[in-house]
Design a protein around this ligand. Structure first.
Ligand code: PAF
Length: 280
């Protein structure tokens, strides 16, 4: 696996692959890689001739400087994992390389980017669109792989792909979970062992709510109340929405696909965890 730090070198390598007719898969990441990322990389390796994994802790998508500061950084371990997964290129640029000047572009795709995470973290999806659009134009991938754990992010990126006319397929990949149901996330490494055990209740309760046969509002209230009763967990929001537009639904008949998206504070630091569940 080759580690590349500059856009010009990346473009030069990829041009050679393209000249030989090879397909290219891109897996954008912010590093601190875990088995969830590995599943995306392995899939890209299966489906493309060349797999590029970007490792870039994108400052423009962090609205809270403390969150950026404490985000785990594990470049050496990340590269070892990527090598094992069969990635061809790790693209690990500096902030100066990506943003020699501040990026003043503004993206707006309501309601996908204005609800839930968009409302709680102003500017977050604008930053995601800034970096992902840059990566798409450097790499020009045939396919780009995103974890469904960040369910809303995929909806926003799909809107951006349509808006800017990128010719690529965005491939959503299922959440990878621990045995007890906790969704794998780079942020889990910031939890204590005890907090990790507590955090597994988030998925357990959401999963349980599917089996109760309650109307939408009662399902919502059940999840929020049951999680808030657990010491060490506090729901920030739980929204039951149309799985495509992310608009709120009030009945199970309102949309062909319906998901519940949740954000929970866990522990004393506290760490903000996100997850979702598909109702239909
Ligand atoms: O999902 C992430 O890790 C990031 O939001 C992404 C897509 C790599 C952009 O920085």
């Amino acid at each position: 696996m080759e580690i590349i730090n500059t856009i010009s070198q990346l473009r030069e390598r990829l041009a050679r692959h393209r000249d030989e007719g090879r397909s290219v898969g891109l897996v954008p990441t912010m590093g601190a890689l875990h088995e969830g990322h590995a599943s995306l990389v392995r899939r890209s390796v299966r489906e493309n001739d060349v797999t590029v994994v970007s490792i870039f802790l994108n400052p423009t998508q962090f609205n809270d400087p403390k969150d950026l500061e404490r985000y785990p950084r594990t470049l050496d371990a990340d590269c070892r994992l990527l090598e094992q997964c069969g990635a061809d290129i790790a693209f690990a640029p500096s902030v100066k390389e990506i943003y020699p000047e501040p990026d003043t572009r503004r993206f707006s795709y309501p309601p996908t980017d204005s609800v839930m995470e968009g409302a709680m973290r102003p500017g977050h999806f604008n930053g995601v669109c800034q970096i992902v659009s840059k990566l798409f134009s450097y790499v020009e991938p045939d396919r780009a792989y995103f974890g469904e754990k960040d369910y809303q992010q995929i909806a926003v990126i799909r809107r951006m792909i349509d808006d800017l006319g990128f010719k690529l397929e965005a491939v959503p990949c299922p959440v990878v979970r621990q045995e007890d149901g906790l969704a794998l996330s780079s942020r889990n490494s910031l939890l204590s062992d005890e907090e990790r055990v507590i955090a597994a209740n988030i998925y357990r309760v959401m999963n349980e709510s599917r089996t109760l046969g309650l109307p939408v509002q009662q399902t919502h209230d059940y999840v929020v109340d049951a999680i808030n009763k657990i010491d060490g967990l506090e729901v920030q929001y739980f929204s039951i929405v149309d799985g495509d537009t992310l608009a709120d639904v009030s009945s199970w008949d309102d949309a062909p696909s319906i998901v519940g998206c949740i954000t929970v504070f866990c522990g004393t630091k506290p760490i903000r965890l996100i997850d979702h569940i598909r109702y239909k």
